[in-house]
Ligand binder design. Structure first.
Ligand code: AKB
Length: 316
């Protein structure tokens, strides 16, 4: 029986990964941990919730021991634009937090899921069909933490036998919890504005193409990778995975299929535009497909339809 800890449980991924894990492994076996004292109702009503600051290694070790945790999904992190605004804090949360998780896992025999990102690549990386194994010289603090995190996770596997696994997530689109401080956040915000105001001002250029994924695929990827046969894994940290690739103008055209009078305007944010320009347009995720059977289910049209259906209900 698995005993799972999810850090960053109140965030965009955590708020959907926790319920999925609870359905699969039993509510009492999945401990949600976040920095909020008053998290979303669902997280506390459906199973155990605890506050946790991942920069406090003693607090983390106590939770792992008390709950007899054997697997950690470590999601707590600042996203790319937020990290750029405050690099010193981002290093502490993103890097020290991960190091604490790996150390506590080494001592207590836990497996670790670590989400890397398209942010682990940089301007020197091929932007189209980005290979699984390629040049990684990111120019953001977020990216530096992701590459370092990938390497540290691989190190803990080869040196100490900690079962570390991870994916490089693209921009994630979801209706449950808004992302905050990311470069790909526009792809979520646009839906709220399209439904409520029929217009949106985008902070990226209309033709800035980036990899994207709908949250149900992202959640399934994390669970499937952690359940994959270790003997089949040639890579560990971290697998390229993607589901769709589009620019703001293409997303707007797709939204117009459902909301015909929706208009999109642009006011470029230089910081987030520069970050987006250094990231892949679409990654090659063949290694994930070959080694653990990765297969996305939502393309741009299916994701847009589902987002609008859910948000129409949520916002009505
Ligand atoms: C961000 O925009 O920072 C994240 C990511 C792609 O890692 N969504």
């Amino acid at each position: 029986m698995k005993r799972i800890l999810v850090t960053g449980a109140t965030g965009q991924i955590g708020s959907e990964l926790v319920p999925a894990l609870r359905t699969r492994y039993g509510s009492d076996n999945v401990i949600a941990a976040g920095h909020k004292r008053t998290p979303q109702h669902a997280l506390v009503e459906q199973g155990p919730y605890t506050t946790l600051d991942v920069t406090d290694i003693e607090a983390l070790a106590t939770i792992v021991r008390d709950f007899r945790i054997d697997t950690i999904f470590h999601l707590a992190a600042l996203l790319s634009a937020a990290a750029e605004q405050n690099p010193q804090v981002a290093w502490k949360i993103n890097m020290e937090g991960l190091h604490h998780v790996l150390e506590v896992s080494r001592v207590n025999g836990c497996a670790v899921f670590f989400p890397s990102s398209i942010g682990a690549f940089g301007p020197g990386t091929p932007r189209d069909n980005t290979p699984q194994d390629t040049l990684q010289r990111p120019t953001t603090l977020y990216g530096v933490c992701k590459v370092s995190g990938e390497l540290l996770c691989d190190y803990y596997f080869t040196r100490f036998g900690v079962d570390t696994r991870g994916v490089r997530y693209p921009g994630l689109i979801s209706y449950e919890t808004l992302p905050s401080g990311g470069t790909t956040d526009y792809a979520v915000e646009i839906f709220y504005h399209a439904i409520q105001q029929k217009k949106y001002t985008c902070f990226l250029h209309k033709s800035t193409t980036l990899d994207m994924m709908y949250m149900p695929d992202a959640v399934r990827a994390a669970i499937e990778l952690m359940e994959a046969d270790p003997h089949q894994l040639k890579h560990r940290n971290a697998f390229n995975i993607t589901a769709m690739s589009f620019a703001p103008a293409e997303l707007a055209a797709q939204i117009r299929q459902h909301i015909p009078d929706f208009t999109l305007h642009y006011q470029i944010d230089p910081l987030r535009q520069a970050i987006a320009d250094s990231w892949p347009r679409y990654m090659d995720d063949q290694a994930a497909r070959d080694e653990w059977g990765w297969q996305p289910q939502y393309d741009l049209a299916a994701m847009t339809r589902d987002m609008i259906d859910h948000l129409m209900k949520k916002l009505s």
